[in-house]
Design a protein around this ligand. Structure first.
Ligand code: AMP
Ligand code: GLY
Length: 423
């Protein structure tokens, strides 16, 4: 089978690495990919939101399956595009259709879904500029801190957590009346603040059956001790040490099952990953958010812990054979540390040569923001490389990643040296 992966980050590099081990794989293509995926398969220079361009490549390269990495093409309906095209409709797309992708693309849609199916989540109300005053009044009924979320996709920046009521009111006004996050904040969800520790569950489903993949915890802030600006993720750990069997059973019974059953009850077809952002409050799970894709950098620790043939798993999902499927896992821990460009998540420079990659031993390097320039690997993004290692526990795995990081160098390289500090 020839497979096309859409995307260019560490997640897609991990997908490529895992698919390359499959006995079912023919040719592997990654669009647009990075310097790491170029070593595993063939990169295609393609705008993945231009579905006609994707179609051309799929047909000319005889691609038998498309695995969608990021949310954008899903929210824009790439799966629907395939289903309604006579030449493409038989080709499996892993990733939900546009309607279901609203679970990520609209905070309000996700909240309504959770309420409808009694899935535990923070109390909320949503507002537009037409009822701004009611928004102020709702804020007055809440206790600090105040959680404001732009309804639409805002590149991970649309959530504000504010300590002062006046500040919260001002920001609400900025979002609704002055389009602080563009169209994404034409509607704002205001939520009750939940105080707890976060982790994520990953589910692969065809809307009927599902498998629960290894769980993970990521580190989103740029600074040590979870301080500073939010990033796409500075590292991740799997499994999550505080997610014991009792807690995970609650997650499955109260969150995962009702989510898949909710999709069925609502008549929403779904093929793909569900990434459930959870917060543990007094030992109870609450859903913070849904994503309709895998996480990045979570994929870089989740996939290394799956022993099963990944392409076989995707095929079993697509052809509704998951009920007979037994997922095999690696019992070891996996951790990943992201190497990022100095300045990220604000302005940073690109094109810095990366040295030492060949010196790395006993860790897996997943490329994220890298590209090839005259045969050299150079930086091309904020998040540059994910250094993943195994260990008997997360501490020994992290130690290996940190030892290997000492061998890697590029100008202004930055990373967090305190992953796992809170565990
Ligand atoms: P989201 O984009 O919905 O995942 O929100 C981004 C981040 O904001 C989450 O990972 C949490 O750290 C935080 N957050 C979101 N909603 C809440 C909430 N209701 N209570 C506390 N923290 C929250
Ligand atoms: N690491 C968080 C995400 O992929 O959204």
């Amino acid at each position: 089978m020839n497979v096309l992966i859409l995307g260019s980050g560490g997640r897609e590099c991990a997908f490529a690495w895992k698919l390359a081990q499959s006995k079912h794989l023919g040719k592997l293509f990654i669009a647009p990919g990075n310097a790491g995926t170029a070593k595993i398969g063939e990169n295609l220079n393609l705008n993945i939101n231009n579905f006609d361009a994707v179609k051309q490549e799929v047909l000319s390269r005889k691609i038998d399956m498309v695995l969608v990495g990021p949310e954008d093409p899903l929210v824009h309906g790439i799966h629907d595009f395939f289903l309604t095209d006579k030449d493409l409709k038989e080709i499996p797309v892993i990733g939900p259709q546009r309607y279901a992708a609203q679970l990520e693309g609209s905070k309000e849609f996700a909240k309504e879904f959770m309420y409808r199916h009694q899935i535990p989540t923070a109390k909320y109300q949503s507002f537009t500029k037409d009822n701004l005053q009611e928004g102020f009044e709702f804020l007055e009924t809440l206790k600090a801190p105040y959680v404001l979320k732009a309804d639409g996709l805002a590149a991970g920046k649309g959530v504000l957590i504010l300590n002062e009521l006046e500040e919260a009111k001002n920001e609400l006004k900025e979002m609704l009346e002055h389009q602080k996050f563009g169209d994404a904040s034409a509607k704002v969800v205001i939520e009750e603040f939940l105080d707890g520790i976060e982790m994520s569950s990953f589910v692969l489903t065809n809307g009927e059956d599902y498998v629960v993949l290894p769980n993970a915890k990521d580190y989103k802030r740029i600074g040590e001790g979870d301080t500073g600006l939010n990033t796409g993720g500075m590292g991740a750990i799997s499994p999550v040490p505080f997610a014991d069997e009792v807690f995970l059973k609650k997650v499955e019974d109260r969150v995962i099952k009702p989510t898949v059953e909710g999709l069925q009850k609502d008549g929403i077809p779904y093929i793909g990953f569900i990434f459930i952002g959870l917060i543990k409050v007094n030992n109870e799970p609450y859903v913070i958010e849904y994503n309709v894709r895998m996480g990045d950098p979570e994929t870089e620790v989740v996939l290394p812990r799956i022993k099963s043939d990944f392409l076989e798993l995707l095929l079993a999902t697509y052809f509704k054979k998951l009920n007979q499927y037994k997922l095999e896992l690696d019992v070891r821990s996996a951790t990943t540390v992201m190497l990022v460009s100095g300045g990220y998540p604000e302005a940073y420079e690109k094109g810095k040569e990366i040295n030492g990659l060949d010196m790395v031993e006993d860790s897996i390097l997943f490329h994220a923001g890298t590209t090839l320039e005259n045969g050299k690997v150079v930086t091309s993004g904020g998040r540059v490389l994910a250094v993943t290692s195994y260990g008997d526990n997360f501490k020994s795995a992290l130690k290996k990643s940190y030892q290997n990081i000492e061998k890697i160098h590029f100008e202004k390289m930055n990373f967090r040296s305190d992953l796992g500090f809170d565990l």
